[in-house]
Design a protein around this ligand. Sequence first.
Ligand SMILES: NC(=O)c1ccc[n+]([C@@H]2O[C@H](COP(=O)([O-])OP(=O)(O)OC[C@H]3O[C@@H](n4cnc5c(N)ncnc54)[C@H](OP(=O)(O)O)[C@@H]3O)[C@@H](O)[C@H]2O)c1
Length: 378
Amino acid sequence: MAAPRLIAIIGATGAQGIPIVRDLVQSGAYTVRALTRDASHPRFLELQSFSPSSSSSAAVEPIVGTFTSEDDLRATFRGAWGAFVNIDGFNAGEKTEMFWTIRAYEIALEEGVKVFVLGNLDYVYKKGGYKPEFRCGHYDGKGRIGEWILQQNQDNQDRMKAALFTTGPYMEMAISKHTAMPVSVEPSPDTGAPTAVWRLPLLSGAIPFVSLDDCGPYVKWLFDHPTRANGLDLSVAIAHVSAAELSGAFTKVTGRPAQVLADTPLDEYFSKVWPVDPDLPAAYNADPKDPATLSVRQNFTGFWNSFRHSAGNEGVIKRDYALLDEIHPGRIRSAEAFFRREDEKGVRKGLGTLWERVQPDAMAHVLKLSEDSRTGKL
Ligand SMILES: NC(=O)c1ccc[n+]([C@@H]2O[C@H](COP(=O)([O-])OP(=O)(O)OC[C@H]3O[C@@H](n4cnc5c(N)ncnc54)[C@H](OP(=O)(O)O)[C@@H]3O)[C@@H](O)[C@H]2O)c1
């Protein structure tokens, strides 16, 4: 068997990074070097617990540093065959994220990386026809540079191939603490029965939810098939999930009542649902005085408007589900399948059923950002 190839990862300890590292390492085909600000964090130790079935030796090495340092980026990419880069826009803010994503691509080239995969999001401002209501900094900051990378790739592909891995809101956020789409368990006003309630300003739109566990197979496929991956924008989702599908799927799996209040006005969403002051910057290290900085309210208004205009896979955000079925035949294809898998996973891991896991005392963080209560510096 060929020696495992080294993949350098930015964002490895994050919600998205962990399942990607897990699946790359456990395949035995790859080892991972992860850039992190804290190699003693439990999430980094979790990465180091992953090993290929054929070996018990750790296959994840740390580079302690930040993506805002050229030296740290060089150290991360040096000698690596591949790179997976997910620059955290909720740390940096749109403007800074764009600069460091460009530098990450350039430095990966400089260091001789052969295959570069960008953790990307849809360029919703462009896809929505450049209408201001679709401006969403954490989507546009990635999507814009994603397009730039594919353009650069036309000149650079003989030296380094490049692909985009375009995701969307993790469905895990709908059952986790301190997210943009939290659930609360409340007595039904009609029957008094405990009911799972989501207050989401979705109207008749649909959320192109992503399953984190599916991210590993997709990203591994990109590294396994560099020629086909080259120049590809692999845009993934479980399905475009409407409000009725979300609540219906939850009830089917848990046997408990559920409701999505999809006509929640944006003002009520920001004042009652959002866990922090919506007039703060959407990124914890963005300068509030910089006119380029979007507030939570501005950023997430564009986020919801994009979903409001994506029902039926026909609007701003679209997916080629036939391609996804081909690349990952075992992928999660519906909200119900997602909740069922989560229910089984929770029971297997001793965390409880899905219903037990959405109770206020039991709910866990999925995002490292909220788990760490981040207010620190880049
Ligand atoms: N939430 C969603 O549904 C969703 C969906 C798709 C895409 N995204 C995008 O994914 C990105 C965030 O990743 P995530 O969802 O995995 O969030 P997360 O769980 O909060 O993880 C953040 C990751 O970014 C890393 N990071 C942050 N600042 C860093 C720095 N200065 N230098 C090096 N690494 C740094 C963290 O590493 P350390 O803490 O170990 O340094 C961690 O691995 C954002 O750009 C977001 O827009 C989010």
